[in-house]
Design a protein around this ligand. Structure first.
Ligand code: SF4
Ligand code: SF4
Length: 136
């Protein structure tokens, strides 16, 4: 059975240089989509990614990460937009750290790319008509 999960990986200082994504792909046959990365050599780092593959391989990959010292946090919440409430004011565009919102130049509509969202919650508080909401 295949699984696909969005996870946050936190790298303590000292292991940020390890090629963990390469190992997840090569050794465990997983595929990935990096949603956000802020890792600098010798410092703590953060990686938000969607990871997919067979359940058994996924579990082995998670075990490898844990053994390596990487802290894993699964993203169990989700952020959704109530399209009927959005006024396309644009307040969310600049504050989203992953550029999940964009302005469609012709229609001036604010588009929401759900796949880029890392559920930080910033837009939920900032959206004037409360169109953005956390879903558990
Ligand atoms: S802040 Fe809210 S209302 Fe404004 S564009 Fe973003 S989602 Fe729509
Ligand atoms: S919760 Fe909102 S601000 Fe945060 S990443 Fe998702 S869309 Fe962007």
């Amino acid at each position: 059975m295949d699984v696909s999960r969005r996870i946050v990986l936190r790298f303590p200082s000292g292991i940020t240089g390890l090629p963990v994504v390469y190992r997840l792909v090569k050794d465990f046959g997983l595929t990935f989509n990096i949603l956000k990365a802020s890792v600098s050599p010798g410092e703590e780092g953060l990686l938000v990614m969607e990871l997919s593959g067979e359940q058994a391989n996924y579990d082995r990959g998670m075990q490898y990460l844990t053994d390596t010292g990487v802290e894993i946090q699964s993203i169990s919440q989700d952020v959704i937009r109530d399209e009927s409430r959005c006024t396309h004011c644009g307040a969310c565009i600049t504050m989203c750290p992953t550029e999940a919102f964009s302005l469609e130049p012709k229609t001036r509509e604010v588009l929401f790319d759900h796949n880029k969202c890392v559920v930080c919650g910033l837009c939920v508080k900032a959206c004037p008509p409360r169109a953005m909401a956390l879903r558990f």
